[in-house]
Design a protein around this ligand. Structure first.
Ligand code: DX5
Ligand code: ZN
Length: 219
């Protein structure tokens, strides 16, 4: 089954109550929260994403999928653990070494929250292989992290195909989530090679009809 996580980064407004309701009715499986610290990437969305998360928790039970694009994984993980989200994904590029990565993974899991590892387009796939037995999902970035509305990088398709093959051969039960430049065409391409979770921001938010947009991504 393919699930859709709607990224709220392109909403760019304070009052999102009506949008959250409309996206719930339209059938989004998750809300994808893009947390940026102004260090790992240029933008800083710390405050707005905290507010979005609090609003979502107040008005719906749709699960929250947090994507940390931050240097201080420990501090930001703690903030989102306290907000009782469903999943926290952090970047392998934020971490110094294996010990640190494993510490973040167990810290998140101890709080009954699912954990994901993300990698940027230039980061070799093999760097995440040692952690696959311990995590729930890999978030494959198909654009450079930092902004919504960018173009899908086509090399991502081979990366996902290879990850899916490696996970299958080693019996790792992981979800493959793809983030950046997703639309009807690119989603189909990544689903065909093994992705089962699609993050889409601008394609859904700027569409005329949320339901049709979400359904078109699952096909
Ligand atoms: C990029 C973010 C994405 C982004 C997706 O740094 O991680 O989640 O907002 O936006 P679209 O779907 O517009 O590429
Ligand atoms: Zn994201």
């Amino acid at each position: 089954m393919v699930e859709i996580a709607t990224s709220l980064l392109s909403l760019e407004k304070e009052d999102i109550v009506q949008d959250i309701y409309n996206l719930e009715v339209a059938g989004t499986n998750y809300f994808h929260i893009d947390v940026m610290d102004g260090k790992f990437v240029k933008r800083d969305t710390t405050e707005i994403m905290r507010k979005y998360t609090e609003t979502i928790k107040q008005i719906t039970s749709i699960p929250i999928d947090v994507h940390l694009m931050v240097k201080d994984v420990e501090a930001y993980s703690k903030a989102y653990i306290d907000m009782e989200v469903k999943n926290i994904t952090f970047h392998i590029e934020s971490c110094k070494n294996e010990t640190e990565i494993l510490k973040h993974i167990s810290n998140i899991k101890e709080n009954n929250i699912q954990v994901g590892l993300s990698l940027k387009p230039q980061t070799p796939l093999e760097t995440i292989y040692p952690y696959l037995p311990y995590i729930h999902r890999v978030l494959v970035m198909s654009v450079e992290p930092g902004e919504g509305g960018q173009q899908f990088i086509p090399e991502t398709i081979e990366k996902i195909r290879e990850l899916n093959k490696f996970a299958y051969e080693n019996n790792y039960d992981i979800n493959i989530e793809v983030d950046g430049g997703m639309n009807e065409k690119t989603a189909k391409e990544v689903i065909e090679v093994g992705a089962n979770m699609i993050v889409a921001g601008s394609y859904i938010i700027h569409s005329q009809n949320y339901k049709e947009a979400i359904e078109s991504l699952k096909k």
